[in-house]
Design a protein around this ligand. Structure first.
Ligand code: HAX
Length: 435
């Protein structure tokens, strides 16, 4: 170890006990409007963000513009011959708060078709990346590479009134979203299908075209629609939504903001948990040599994971205190379309086994499954087995909510975000440990 690294390690070891003591013994002490526990503990529960796009109740789960998931799926106009609604209709709902008519959806779908052309240089950038690059790195890079297309950045450079910011933010939103199915599918085919790219079909809707370009038949188009809608928004405090809002608050344009929010989504405690769930289940299956585990064997795998200091992916949540309705919506889909899928059976057994174990362990505040516990099974079932790709699907969906929020942030003139930090010494003074 270098002398610098050694010195740093000594300092870290000396400092750790101070932070732990502050959080454990003085967590409830107030530091202005928040407690020491909230300042150290990732601002949990601090109400200081505003959004009307969606609201997350700890017990009920998400409502998009006031609608629960079943209500939104029922009310939004359906794609002819499909079980699921148009993703475009959900974009309309999040942006305006109104359920669109069939004509309004058609118009928006037409707008997307006009804007869907992806510049060749984006594909060239993707092709130039090493073959083992993670799909999320490719996705965030593709979005960042397109920053030169930003209408917001162009209009800002020309000199634009604050009152007009929402307009180019809206243009960037539609331009970017319209291209996402093709960029996402291109990454998949380039990385996992030897670059055998399928051209878009301009007659298809957002979800249908994505399924077509990925190369998976019906009902995968409905899987894509369901997936993009479910992952679109989860109010504003989660890492991806908050990152997008934060970056855009500096008036960095929506391309910068979306590229950055995708980086946050790529963390295993957030969006990457969907790949981790499948990776974990594959590990269990491998150990079982293909045999279905008994409940007792499954319990042992769960305890082994916890005892080795790892989290159970797909379980727990910072806000939710019940089973995630996004999990339920996907479980209902599985029960209808793939009840006998072996991985669905594993996942369903985990639903029985994990919550009591997390309760017994006594650490996680929410022992119930979140969206990521169920999402990979459906992808796997329809042949999309490359699980490190799953977070890209989440990212396409999440872009809808984050971009809607950014457009409204600019419309309402929300300022640059700038909370205040303090030092550990200051916390110890507030706690009365240090005079
Ligand atoms: N397995 C094991 N331990 C868990 C756990 C899980 N699934 N969930 C929480 N815990 C632990 C925490 O690691 C923490 O331990 P320490 O005290 O040792 O730090 C303790 O329980 C208290 O955590 P918490 O207050 O209940 O949860 P947080 O708000 O801190 O974290 C997380 C919420 C989602 C990050 C957490 O539940 C977790 O790590 N879950 C597994 C990863 C996962 O599924 N993430 C996706 C969440 C949904 C999402 O954002 N999707 O994108």
């Amino acid at each position: 170890m270098s002398a610098l690294k050694e010195k740093l390690f000594e300092k870290i070891q000396a400092h750790r006990s101070r932070t732990t003591r502050l959080a454990k013994e003085y967590g409830n002490v107030h530091l202005g409007d928040v407690t020491i526990a909230q300042a150290i503990g990732g601002m949990r529960g601090v109400k200081c963000l505003v959004t009307d796009i969606s609201y997350l109740d700890p017990m009920e789960g998400i409502r998009f513009r006031g609608y629960t998931i079943p209500e939104a799926l029922e009310k939004l106009p359906k794609v002819p011959g499909a079980e699921m609604p148009y993703v475009e209709g959900h974009v309309y709902l999040l942006l305006t708060g109104d359920v669109p008519t069939a004509k309004e959806v058609e118009e928006l779908a037409g707008e997307f078709k006009k804007r869907q052309h992806v510049p060749q240089y984006v594909f060239d950038v993707l092709k130039a990346m090493p073959g083992d690059t993670h799909p999320m790195t490719m996705f965030a890079t593709a979005v960042l590479a397109m920053q030169r297309e930003s209408v917001f950045a162009k209009r800002y450079a020309e000199g634009m009134s604050k009152m007009d910011y929402w307009d180019p933010a809206y243009e960037d939103m539609l331009n970017m979203l319209a291209k996402m199915p093709q960029i996402g599918a291109y990454i998949y085919r380039l990385k996992y299908r030897n670059g055998d790219i399928i051209a878009p079909d301009t007659n298809l809707d957002f979800g249908g075209n994505f399924a077509h370009m990925i190369g998976i038949d019906k009902p995968y188009d409905d899987v894509a629609r369901l997936y993009f809608i479910l992952h679109s928004d989860h109010e504003s405090g989660n890492v991806s939504a908050h990152t997008g809002h934060l970056i855009a608050s500096a008036l960095s344009d929506p391309y910068y903001a979306i590229s950055g929010m995708l980086d946050g989504l790529a963390g295993p405690l957030h969006g990457l948990a969907n790949q981790e769930v499948l990776r974990w289940i594959q590990g269990v299956m491998k150990k079982m040599g293909g045999k279905e585990p008994t409940e007792e064997e499954m319990k042992k795998f769960v305890w082994d994971t916890l005892n080795s200091g790892q989290v159970i992916p797909g379980y727990g949540h910072a806000v939710l205190r019940r089973t995630d309705p996004r999990y339920k919506a996907q479980r209902d889909f599985c029960l209808k379309h793939l009840p006998d899928d072996p991985i669905f059976k594993y996942v369903d057994m985990l639903y029985k086994v994990v919550p009591p174990i997390l309760r017994e362990q006594g650490k996680a505040k929410n022992p119930w499954p979140n969206v990521d516990a169920q999402s990979g099974v459906i992808q796997w079932h329809y042949g999309l087995k490359e699980y490190d790709y799953y977070t890209v699907l989440f990212g396409i969906g999440r872009s809808i909510g984050v971009l809607s929020n950014i457009t409204w942030d600019r419309a309402l003139g929300y300022p640059i975000e700038r909370p205040k930090s303090v030092t550990t010494d200051m916390l110890e003074e507030v706690a009365g440990i240090k005079k």
